[in-house]
Design a protein around this ligand. Structure first.
Ligand SMILES: Cc1ncc(COP(=O)(O)O)c(C=O)c1O
Length: 383
């Protein structure tokens, strides 16, 4: 049989490659973005209790109602955003499924989707497999500032059906300021397409900075859908629970596809999370400090290396410039680091369609102190 791939350019991802290499070398894996510590014990007990209490059959298609209610309470408390749990929320199998479903719901053949690079690796394959055409603008080293002028020019030159914006940003660790959001608002005031805000790291914002969610801007929310991930906030990425927030018209289209792709998401996990959120309404508020402490500990441990670390304002990733240590490209640097030091990190170039290589590696600091210490020890021996 002659298989014609819908995604001929997709190869094994850089995450899979680096993880395989890390396992082979028994290295400390700071490459993939997940915590090496457990979710709260109460949450795990809730999962057992939910499964023991008959929450084992299909959940309602848009999500368990008490979870949608808890999500709406969270949005109201944090962003003063009033969402209707009946119409505006879709619980998904993680943010990745949310993103794929949103793109599939709105993107048809030859529709242009604006990707701001470096970008989370699921965006482009989702656009291409729906026949869409990704077009790009880039955040460039060293400050990775949002290129507002370029966005304006792109909107003047092209008919763009969808814009993907990730804030706080993986892998750069940057966040949008209030001024930047105000400028975006002006630039996007006549925009007729859909804006997808990937806000999975919305609590991971440091140094008393405020996350500028799209939910704070009523005019943007007429044409936006915002995506969140429980995995990033409850330290349970493997549970794969996320959700979308939008107006009812947009949610209706997302649900049309959601019902035929996953239909409904893991019932006991939804139930467990809903009960946890209800019993611990302030849990999320402690996350900025929890992760800022990790960031500061990580950066302190990495002081004095010939890797030059940048201080991220958000997310759980830190970028390091490796050029004073190694003159080759970033993929070679990542391979050298894992082979010689036993620490795995991710090169930046695979996040760009044109393999732009600013000479940087991305490290995940969502790790136990002992893991960070062991990684630092290994790095200090060689660098
Ligand atoms: C920017 C961004 N969006 C989406 C996701 C996917 O989240 P989930 O694990 O809930 O699918 C990730 C995970 O790393 C991410 O970094």
């Amino acid at each position: 049989m002659n298989i014609v791939s819908k995604l001929p350019a997709v190869k094994e991802s850089v995450f899979a490659r680096m993880t395989a290499l890390a396992n082979q070398r028994q290295a400390i894996n700071l490459a993939q973005g997940f915590p090496d510590f457990n979710p709260p014990k109460e949450l795990i007990e809730n999962l057992y209790n939910a499964a023991s209490s008959n929450f084992n059959q299909y959940a309602p298609m848009p999500g368990v109602l008490n979870l949608r209610n808890e999500i709406c309470n969270r949005l109201l408390n944090r962003y003063h955003f009033k969402a209707n749990p009946e119409t505006d929320i879709v619980v998904t199998a993680g943010a990745t499924q949310a993103l794929f479903t949103i793109i599939s719901a709105f993107i048809s053949k030859n529709d242009k989707v604006l990707i701001i690079e470096p970008a989370y690796d699921s965006y482009v394959p989702a656009v291409i497999s729906n026949g869409g055409e990704p077009i790009y603008i880039s955040l460039k080293a060293p400050d990775f500032k949002f290129p507002l002028e370029e966005l304006k020019n792109m909107l003047e030159r092209h008919t763009i059906k969808m814009i993907m914006i990730n804030n706080p940003h993986n892998p750069c660790g940057s966040i949008l300021s209030k001024d930047e959001m105000e400028s975006l608002r002006i630039i996007l005031s006549d925009y007729q397409g859909i804006i997808v805000w990937d806000e999975v790291y919305d609590y991971l914002v440091f140094d008393d900075l405020q996350h500028q969610s799209a939910l704070l801007y009523e005019d943007l929310m007429t044409k936006s859908v915002v995506v969140y991930s429980m995995g990033k906030t409850l330290h349970n990425t493997g549970w794969k629970v996320g959700y979308t927030v939008s107006n009812a018209d947009i949610a209706k289209e997302i649900k049309k596809l959601h019902q035929f792709t996953v239909f409904s998401v893991n019932t006991p996990a939804q139930q467990a999370i809903a009960e946890f959120m209800s019993a611990n309404p302030t849990f999320f508020n402690a996350l900025p400090k929890f992760y800022q402490d990790k960031r500061d500990f990580f950066l302190k441990c990495m002081e004095g290396l010939s890797l030059n670390f940048y201080t991220p304002q958000g997310s759980y990733f830190a970028l390091a410039d490796f050029k004073s240590w190694f003159q080759g490209n970033d993929e070679e640097a990542a391979v050298k680091l894992v082979s010689e030091c036993g620490v795995a990190a991710i090169p930046l170039s695979p996040f760009y369609h044109d393999s732009y290589d600013p000479g940087m590696l991305r490290f995940c600091f969502a790790k136990k102190e002992e893991t960070i210490l062991r990684a630092a020890e290994k790095l200090h021996q060689l660098l």
